[in-house]
Each structure stands twice: as C-alpha cells, then as structure tokens.
Design a protein around this ligand. Sequence first.
Ligand SMILES: [Zn+2]
Length: 251
Amino acid sequence: MSFKERLNRQITQRLPLKPARSRLTSPVASITFDDFPRSSWTRGGDILAAHNTKATYYVSGGFVGGMQDGREQFTESDLVEIVEAGHEIGCHTFSHEAGPTIGSDSLMDDVERNAAFVQDILGDYVLSSFAYPYGEASPRTKRLFGDRFPTSRGIAKGVNKGLMDLSQLKAIGVEHWWWTPEYIEAAVDRAKRENGWLILFTHDVSDDPSPYGATPRMLEHALGAIRRAGIDILPVKHALARTVFDEPLTP
Ligand SMILES: [Zn+2]
C-alpha cells in the first residue's frame, strides 16, 4: 500500500463525517454477511434460526446466481426466504467495485441499480443499511454514501460507542484466515463493558470456508459468546434505531 493510500485510509477511518452519539444503556450486537455467498443463508441461516437471531445480509445484485472464487452465490429465492425469515437485506452496491476508484455519478447509479434489482424481487423493499465493498472508502465516498444511507459499515476493527461515525461503522470479521475465539470473546467483553454496538461480519459459512468466511463452529461460537454475555442481537437497522434514537424496534 502506498503512502497516499495509507494516508487516505487513516483519514477515512478516523475522520467522522456522520457523527452520532450512542444512547445505548446496554450493549447490542449485529451479525452481518457480505456479498453474499449462498452458504451464508443455507448453512448460516439454520444456525441463526437455532439461536433465534436475525441478521443483516448486504447484497451485491451483480453476484446473483453466479460463482465467486469457486463459491456459489445467493439466488433470487434466497432473498425472498431471507426477508420472510425476518432478516434485513442491506446494500453492498450492485457491481462490488472499490468505491474510491469510481466516479460519484457512477457509484450512485450502481447503488440505484442495486435498489432496483432488489425491488424487482422483493417489491417495495428499501435497502437502508450499506456496507463498503472491500471495506474501501474515501472522504468523498463516505460523504456520498452517508447522504444516501443511514449507516455505512466498513471493516475498521472496533466496537461502536460514544461519538460514533455512522458513515464508517466499525466491525470485526469472523474470518477464517485470522479468527481466534479469544479475539471474538474480547470484543464481546468490550461491548458489554462499554455498552457498545458490536458488529460482526463474515461471508460464506462452510466446513471448508474461504479465508473470508466462517465454519459453522465459528458462527456458533460468536453467537454463543454474545448470548452468554446477555447482549441482544439485532439487524443493523434495528440496532441503529436503538443506538441513536433509543427506539426499541425489533425485527
Ligand atoms: Zn464484499
């Protein structure tokens, strides 16, 4: 990574462009899946159901019915089932390009294309939560997506608390390439201690996951750790309502 890219990342992740103060008096957590590979629903969805948990699936419409890195991606009927099961669908752009490399008009066209894609399948469903493809953002794209969506989630590690940046919500990966149970447990402890909003993200859920995915055991472990800490798990839009507006919305 060049100096310019490092500087951009530092500024982007630290400069709050959409500040909001957390009003949480007890911690909350969100489970999120990006892109998304089909197994995050066919395997992940069963695990969520067993834990009576609703999650957020950030969809990139361009991946529908295809393969990415040898992994089957979501189908149109998966989207229907996910919403019927009470989970949230969020926006991850249609084309899944790194935002900072794309012009603003093209980026917004791509976001509207994703919204239209979802509405073709789900009717008047509104995508209100956003996640940056590859976690890549710049001050320009933070402002763009910050104006378009109530929240934008990145991949900068941390627990959201105090003065949060809604255009750069922090998150922690449940990703096979670096996962340790201790790291997840420490993040859960921190959310509990600081009345924070912990957002976890992953991709596929498989016995042989991609580096960015999770095994069923890893997902079970995260859900168990959160439940044992007595932390409510809510989709991102519901967690936002509780965190910022003190609104006890449930899915
Ligand atoms: Zn992605």
